[in-house]
Design a protein around this ligand. Structure first.
Ligand code: TXA
Ligand code: MG
Length: 364
């Protein structure tokens, strides 16, 4: 990797941490990460979903710096990551704490995990974290490195995904380095994230939970625990203003233009092939993201088979890193096959793909 200095004379460090080794939790890398966090600096670390860009969530300056480093719009609030229900309760109002108590049994099953819950905030939470709003997003991550950092600092860690705003979320340390080298002192490399797409964001302030951002925990899974669960209208409709501010920005986007093809497999094969032929004449470098079940298209420079169409877990694990890989290979146009179903994890994956493609979907 090319080196990049985050301040005069100091390179952004990438430190490899093998959590399967004995004593990894006493590693100097974690101590260093802790020291940086407590000093108000930012550190990128893995979670089970994607890599986070972490800062002390109770330190307004550290949180402001997260916005600066990511070039994130100031109206898009941050998630606070906690390691216990007690820590979570300190961040919310007494009434919200009662709601947590009511769902304690359910939360014990879903947390730690890829679920972010929105509650009314307490005084402890800096304004910059909530973008001035009266609610705060809280998540208990299920990753040993993320957990250790929260435990060691004894602080809630504010952490958005560790990409520059608008880019696909990073699912490995190299992808973080690509976006943030020279901007932060330390990246803790814990290998690839298992899940690969972000947590489900759920508003808990109303009469029943509302999904603001679909994620790895699906509506069906949440319903099996909470009973009634709704979707924010903006996820389903085209023209509503989303209540999760992050959903309104162009997001998860590769540098290449992207088109999504959906429909019966053989129709999709034909449609995608026709588009490839058309665009090849325009002299574009074309890439395709397809399923194992698709036919291999002709005349395409880069083809990545993402997963079986019946295996959305593998697809979600691979999607963002594949988009970044195609950028590295210099694709001008990505022709991607999408899911037809509107249930389960396919909803979340299509949500990310639509945003990556500026909603350019071709029904074949
Ligand atoms: O899996 C994840 O959630 C990753 C890892 C690092 O934990 N984090 C992540 O953070 O995806 P970020 O900042 O990239 O996305 C957070 C989403 C944004 O869409 C934001 O608008 C929404 O959560 N959000 C945060 N606070 C909110 C609030 N108070 N009300 C509504 N939406 C909120
Ligand atoms: Mg993000």
């Amino acid at each position: 990797m090319k080196k990049a200095q985050w301040k005069e004379g100091e390179d952004t460090l990438v430190v490899d941490l093998d959590v399967k080794q004995a004593n990894w939790s006493q590693s100097p890398a974690l101590e260093l990460a802790k020291d940086y966090l407590l000093a108000g600096q930012l550190v990128s670390f893995p979670t089970e979903t994607v890599y986070g860009l972490g800062g002390d969530g109770l330190n307004p300056e550290a949180c402001l710096n997260i916005f600066a480093v990511k070039r994130r719009p100031a109206d898009n609030p941050l998630i606070l990551h906690v390691d216990s229900l007690d820590m979570a309760k300190r961040l919310v109002t007494k009434e919200a704490g009662n709601v947590m108590d009511k769902w304690e049994g359910v939360l014990a099953k879903l947390w730690p995990g890829p679920l972010t819950l929105i509650f009314h905030r307490s005084e402890l939470v800096p304004d910059v974290v909530t973008a001035g709003g009266d609610t705060v997003a809280i998540r208990m991550p299920d990753h040993p490195i993320a957990k250790s950092l929260i435990q060691m600092t004894e602080k809630p860690i504010a952490a958005p995904s560790a990409n520059r705003s608008g880019r696909p979320s990073p699912t490995n340390a190299q992808d973080v380095y690509e976006d943030l080298a020279g901007a932060i002192p330390l990246i803790v490399d814990g290998g690839e994230c298992n899940i690969g797409i972000e947590s489900t964001v759920v508003d808990m302030t109303g009469p029943y939970p509302i999904i603001l951002r679909p994620g790895f925990y699906t509506k069906e899974i949440l319903e099996s625990h909470f009973g009634q669960v709704g979707y924010d209208e903006a996820i389903l409709g085209e023209n509503q203003v989303p209540r999760s501010p992050g959903q309104k920005y162009k997001h998860y986007a590769p540098k290449a233009e992207m088109m999504i093809f959906v429909g019966d497999l053989d129709q999709v094969d034909r449609c995608l092939q026709e588009e490839a032929v058309k665009k090849e004449h325009e002299g574009k470098r074309i890439a395709a993201l397809i399923f194992e079940e698709n036919e291999i298209p002709q005349g395409i420079d880069d083809i990545i088979v993402q997963s079986s169409v019946h295996d959305p877990e593998t697809m979600s694990h691979n999607l963002f890193s594949n988009l970044r890989e195609l950028d590295r290979r210099g694709a001008d146009l990505i022709l991607a096959v999408g899911f037809n179903e509107d249930e389960g994890l396919a909803v979340s994956i299509m949500n990310r793909m639509r945003k990556s493609a500026s909603n350019h979907v071709i029904i074949c």
